[in-house]
Design a protein around this ligand. Structure first.
Ligand code: SAM
Length: 250
């Protein structure tokens, strides 16, 4: 295919590289990738040799004009991440936006994604869901973002939350979520598609306590259940009724 093709690659299990993904990579004029060693190793396993070009957050603005020039010429370029679906907490958004703005062809070969895999295994409501990517690493900005979420929930947002987190920060993030959102059902999905795949389910405080002792091994996704349906207390109902009546009488 001429134009840009977003190619999803495995998140652990190399058997998850689809035949169509392999074809898109093999037939590309160049594969744009985060780390040429990672994508190079994946391609070498399949006997594919194709030009690799690094495209990551640090060089995306420099590379962008060159990549767009190639696409205008009709080159076939594939974009792959180290793992999973490009753009999802990975580089590529600016390129896709620029290609769309110029009317250049953009297509995707869908495939592995850690967030959706964790969501489907969590046992929590699959929709609506809100994918948050990584929360800010520092405590203050993270707490503010969680408080913003809680405010959105008070205003009616009732979604399952899906987050990425680095293993060494999982305990503090779970504690911050427990603090900001309260006792919610949650799941921690670890090493998805790999040999030691595991989904641990519990409440946010339970999971926070468990991983405060020892961080999880390997990569993890956190899934948090939606807020419980607001039950209006009797007193609250009384005052709301009174306020409504007062409003009507005045
Ligand atoms: N683009 C990728 C995707 O589509 O899932 C995500 C890239 S992001 C930089 C990496 C994060 O994804 C990890 O920190 C972890 O939260 C999650 N992740 C990736 N592979 C995983 C796996 N096999 N099991 C659990 N989480 C994984």
């Amino acid at each position: 295919l001429p134009g840009l093709t977003l190619v999803a690659t495995p998140i652990g299990n190399l058997g998850d590289l689809s035949p169509r993904a392999l074809t898109a990579l093999r037939t590309a004029d160049a594969v744009l990738c985060e780390d040429t060693r990672v994508t190079g190793a994946l391609l070498a396993r399949h006997g594919v040799s194709v030009a690799l070009q690094p495209l990551h957050d640090h060089n995306e603005s420099v590379q962008l004009p060159r990549v767009l020039a190639r696409l205008r010429r009709g080159d076939r370029l594939a974009l792959a991440s180290d793992a999973g679906t490009p753009l999802v907490s990975d580089p590529g958004y600016r390129l896709v936006r620029a290609a769309i703005a110029e009317g250049l062809p953009v297509t995707a070969v869908p495939g592995p994604n850690a967030a959706l895999t964790a969501l489907t295994l969590s046992g929590l409501p699959p929709h609506p869901f809100l994918f948050l990517g990584f929360l800010p690493p520092r405590a203050g900005p993270r707490a503010r973002q969680i408080a913003g979420l809680r405010a959105a929930e008070r205003a009616g947002l009732a979604a399952t939350l899906v987050l990425y987190e680095a293993p060494h920060r999982v305990a503090e993030t779970l504690a911050a979520l427990a603090e900001g959102l309260g006792e919610r059902p949650a799941a921690l999905a670890r090493e998805l598609t790999k040999r030691f795949e595991e989904v641990v389910r519990g409440t946010l405080p339970e999971l926070a306590a468990r991983y405060a002792e020892a961080p999880p091994l390997g990569e993890v996704v956190l899934v948090v259940g939606p807020p419980p349906e607001e039950t209006v207390g009797e007193e609250d109902l009384d005052s709301r009724l009174r306020a409504a009546l007062d409003g009507g009488l005045s």
